[in-house]
Design a protein around this ligand. Structure first.
Ligand SMILES: C[C@H](O)[C@H](O)[C@H]1CNC2=NC(N)=NC(=O)C2=N1
Length: 102
């Protein structure tokens, strides 16, 4: 069954538990300061493991010590519950490495 896009209200409710995340361009986005490139790569490595488990994959951008995730369900053309689930996994993965968030 195809994944259903979340409504604005559903997204707002989900984001109450994801304070460092934003909506941009039909995606959930989060930029974090990792202070160096290797830490960014380590976080991404953990997220890869989780993404494989969920069969759902983030768009990732690393600029030295700045790591940005953009989560959308490509097949649905926007944000679904899969993106919310992945955002929580990203938080868990990042939490091993960074203490304070943007
Ligand atoms: C075949 C495979 O399940 C699909 O291509 C999955 C893989 N990961 C995915 N990740 C994201 N973000 N969107 C998708 O539509 C998607 N599709």
């Amino acid at each position: 069954m195809a994944d259903e896009l979340l409504t604005t209200g559903e997204i707002d409710a989900a984001m109450a538990d994801l304070p460092d995340w934003h909506r941009a361009g039909g995606a959930l986005t989060r930029t974090m300061d990792t202070y160096d490139f290797r830490t960014a790569a380590r976080i991404v490595d953990k997220v890869v493991t989780e993404a494989q488990k969920l069969d759902h994959h983030p768009d990732v951008d690393i600029r030295y010590g700045k790591l940005t995730f953009a989560l959308s369900t490509h097949s649905a053309g926007g944000i679904t519950s899969r993106d919310v689930a992945l955002a929580h996994r990203v938080e868990e993965a990042a939490g091993h490495f960074i203490r304070s968030h943007d």
